[in-house]
Design a protein around this ligand. Structure first.
Ligand SMILES: [Zn+2]
Length: 368
């Protein structure tokens, strides 16, 4: 499961070779990023969930741009490359869902995903493909309001409810297609929907009544949230079982969403070899000293490998007007807190914009 960990045991006989490499390569010499076993970078192949005004860069990346980025990330300690291969539209030329393809993305025009994966592998990076699942699928969800999560006022939310018949066709179909079509990867990462954890669809109401004897409308927000978590985890287990049958996956990962944080006990229903990436972009000192550490401890109670994902993208930081120099310093503090809490794997959020100045600041803060 943890190839990086086992690789570290094999380092000693290679010491002489490593010393020569350090002398020959200043880049490798600058590569020591703390004591972490993995340094991953999570990058969108297409636009992902970025709005046009965010100025997404990666959708126009040529293969040469991807190779340059991978070389750069290697120089910033990367052991792991995590491309997002979904989003509101699909950044690969899907045959299963051609209507929902991001046709303007370069990766669609030249079908370069396999070559990007192959270059990362050739660069000795572990490659984990990331999938948004029932959320961040706006193109499909807009076409299928009958499969969507339902708000209290009856309107469809921009996410699919796994309790609604037919809602799994798209998220399971995308994973199936990608794993069939693209090879040479080490694992998969699934992303739950970043959405209000509540669904008033008829199926959720009926199931909730069957399960608890209570009306969903009268349930407390926490009970509704717990039901939402149970619903998603059941779907996630099904997706993972299907993916595992399809490809050999050494690493299986799931992001947390904050609506899961109070229901970590429910994750015992997930496969034992599923690891979790906890992400949090609140950089305020009182938060770092409080809720962040509480949450890390909570996730650490599971017998799973927990990763931590800081962000180099100021747009998503709290506070959102943070100065990058301060913000990167706070991200370094987050990473130190993660390390102090026993976390060995870091996976940086880069999204669809590559903030090299910030990556450099954080990297140098980690290696200092
Ligand atoms: Zn529902």
């Amino acid at each position: 499961m943890n190839s990086q960990r086992s690789r570290s045991h094999r380092r000693a006989p290679l010491l002489a070779l490593f010393c020569v490499s350090v002398l020959l390569s200043p880049v490798l010499g600058a590569d020591k990023s703390g004591d972490f076993q993995r340094i991953g970078y999570y990058v969108f192949i297409g636009t992902g969930d970025y709005k046009p005004e965010y100025g997404p860069e990666t959708p126009s990346f040529t293969l040469a741009d991807w190779e340059n980025l991978i070389d750069y990330l290697k120089s910033r300690g990367a052991t792991t490359f995590i491309p997002l291969v979904t989003g509101h539209k699909l950044p690969y030329p899907s045959r299963a869902f051609p209507k929902h393809v991001e046709t303007e993305a370069q990766s669609v025009r030249d079908d370069s995903l396999q070559r990007i994966i192959d270059y990362a592998k050739k660069s000795r990076l572990e490659v984990i493909l990331a999938f948004t699942t029932t959320g961040h699928c706006r193109s499909y969800a807009q076409d299928h309001p009958e499969l969507c999560i339902v708000n209290e006022d009856g309107s469809p939310a921009p996410g699919l409810c796994p309790n609604r018949p037919g809602s799994e066709v798209y998220p399971l179909g995308v994973v199936e297609e990608v794993l069939k079509r693209y090879k040479n990867l080490d694992g998969l990462l699934i992303h739950p929907p970043e959405i209000k954890p509540i669904c008033f669809c008829p199926e959720c109401r009926t199931l909730y009544k069957q399960k608890t004897g209570q009306d969903y409308a009268g349930a407390s927000p926490l009970d509704r949230q717990r039901f939402f978590v149970e619903t998603y985890l059941k779907f996630a287990a099904k997706l993972l079982a299907k993916a595992q049958k399809q490809a050999s996956l050494n690493v299986k990962l799931m992001f947390n969403c904050d609506w899961m944080d109070d229901h970590v006990d429910l994750m015992s229903s997930l496969p034992a070899d599923l690891d979790i990436i906890y992400w949090d972009y609140n950089l305020k000192d009182d938060y770092l000293a409080g809720r962040l550490q509480e949450n890390l401890k909570r996730y650490q109670t599971m017998k799973r490998t927990i990763w931590y994902m800081p962000s180099s993208e100021p747009r998503f930081w709290t506070p959102s007007d943070a100065d990058p120099i301060w913000g990167c310093g706070q991200a370094v503090k987050q990473i130190k807190i993660a390390g102090d809490n026993g976390i060995k794997n870091i996976g940086f959020f880069l999204g669809a914009c590559i903030r090299k100045a910030n990556i450099d600041r954080i990297h140098s803060g980690m290696t200092r």
